[in-house]
Design a protein around this ligand. Structure first.
Ligand code: ZN
Length: 115
């Protein structure tokens, strides 16, 4: 019906990180790679064919897309809703959720300390 491109989350729009399947090295486009003189901001897709893993030397084809690491997981227009929780990255949400669970568990255990 409409010509609008499919909506992407911020995580989809951010340049993806790629992980070496051989050694676990992660190529972060926002940092580039100093060992191979790759300037920060170079997407993995634009690395030369000759680019190799700076740690173990395997080819580009051995890298897998692990998605953007630090982008919020929601849509841009939703960021101001929900007390700012929507601005959190997935990792921060995990800390919030499991931190709250751990805190609740500590309170529960502390009940045993009551006489
Ligand atoms: Zn590697």
């Amino acid at each position: 019906m409409s010509d609008r491109p499919p909506e992407l989350t911020l995580a989809d729009q951010a340049p993806a990180n790629y992980e070496c399947r051989s050694c676990g090295y992660v190529y972060d486009p926002s940092k580039g790679d100093s060992k191979t003189n790759t300037p920060a901001g170079t997407p993995f897709e634009e690395l030369p064919e000759t680019w190799r893993c700076p740690v173990c030397g395997v080819r580009r084809s051995q890298f897998i897309n692990i998605g953007a690491k630090d982008a919020p997981s929601g849509f841009q227009e939703n960021l101001s809703y929900g007390f700012g929780v929507n601005r959190l990255t997935p990792a921060q949400k995990n800390i919030l959720i499991f931190g709250a669970l751990a805190l609740g568990f500590v309170f529960f255990i502390s009940l045993y300390g009551l006489n």
